[in-house]
Design a protein around this ligand. Sequence first.
Ligand SMILES: Nc1ncnc2c1ncn2[C@@H]1O[C@H](COP(=O)(O)OP(=O)(O)OP(=O)(O)O)[C@@H](O)[C@H]1O
Length: 348
Amino acid sequence: MVSFNPQALAAAVHIRLVGLGKHYRVGQQSVQALHDINLDIRRGEVFGIIGRSGAGKSSLLRSLNRLEQPSSGQVLIEGEDIVGFDRARLAGLRQRTGMIFQHFNLMASQTVGNNVGLPLRLAGIGRAEREHRVDELLQLVGLQDKRDAYPAQLSGGQKQRVGIARALVLQPDLLLCDEATSALDPQSSQAILALLRDINRRLGLTIVLITHEMEVIRDLCDRVVVLEQGRVVEQGDVWQVFGDPQHDVTRALLGTLQPAGHDVPSAQASAAILLDLHYTGASGHEPELSAIAALFGCRTHLVQGGIERIQGRALGRLRVRVETAGGGVDVLLQQARQIADRVERVGV
Ligand SMILES: Nc1ncnc2c1ncn2[C@@H]1O[C@H](COP(=O)(O)OP(=O)(O)OP(=O)(O)O)[C@@H](O)[C@H]1O
């Protein structure tokens, strides 16, 4: 009997990039957009790509369905290198790969139903089957009553739902999202994220997305890669990368997510020190005030802090002022390390 192991399936590699490189020719000049990218994207995960403008995010995403032709290396999907695919195999690949865009790319002169049904029509699927699939997909994205409407009659969030329905109509196993929520107001953006999360769980399809909105990565992705000048500078589980970013670029990108910074207040006189207790999620330490109070007693004052939960782990930083009460600072630091993942002395 064939046994089904969901864990093994979840960890299976869906996409493997091996030494992927991409350069563009601009007149006499060559722009190297991607250098030697090596990474794995697992089946069924939501994988985010972040980086500053020009870092190579679009080039990477568009290499996955050959909207860009890689200059070197391999793009293995299900173990098959798509770089050398001919037209026929490329058409098959594109059917198995949906894509959604920042500006939706809908046909203004066609109804919602026709927009969603277009890939089916191009694939030569008959009218009855088309109608059935379009209905199913409009139901999935909550637009069953908009089948005969035109894109101009829809809100931004509704247009993106149409884009999602169209991307899924051929039942792909991979969905590529290019800044899918960037053009939307915060409320519509949240609704689209919830829909993508639901689709990922219900259909088990792999989602690869690029975004400049760190909240999207935090709220939706399992793992993330950070690109800088066409190279991978950091990658890992979101809780890990966001909880303890290792690279300056990552820290800069995450700047918008951190609690608003304040001037470091002085700990006043030599009777107290300021400590930052960092919670990175690595060891499961919980940022509990009771634990801090138990350790330092009434000699502790919370100065500022911000903790959030990502993938169930507590991440963030608490800044505390601890009165030394004549005791050694080294002892205080050692004690603090029992309750936090990292301890930093930031003021005297
Ligand atoms: N068609 C093209 N022709 C020439 N150069 C290009 C082309 N597309 C991208 N580039 C260059 O390749 C580099 C990477 O671009 P890419 O669009 O992949 O980055 P990105 O991280 O997606 O940027 P952004 O966030 O601004 O969209 C940049 O230097 C860009 O100018």
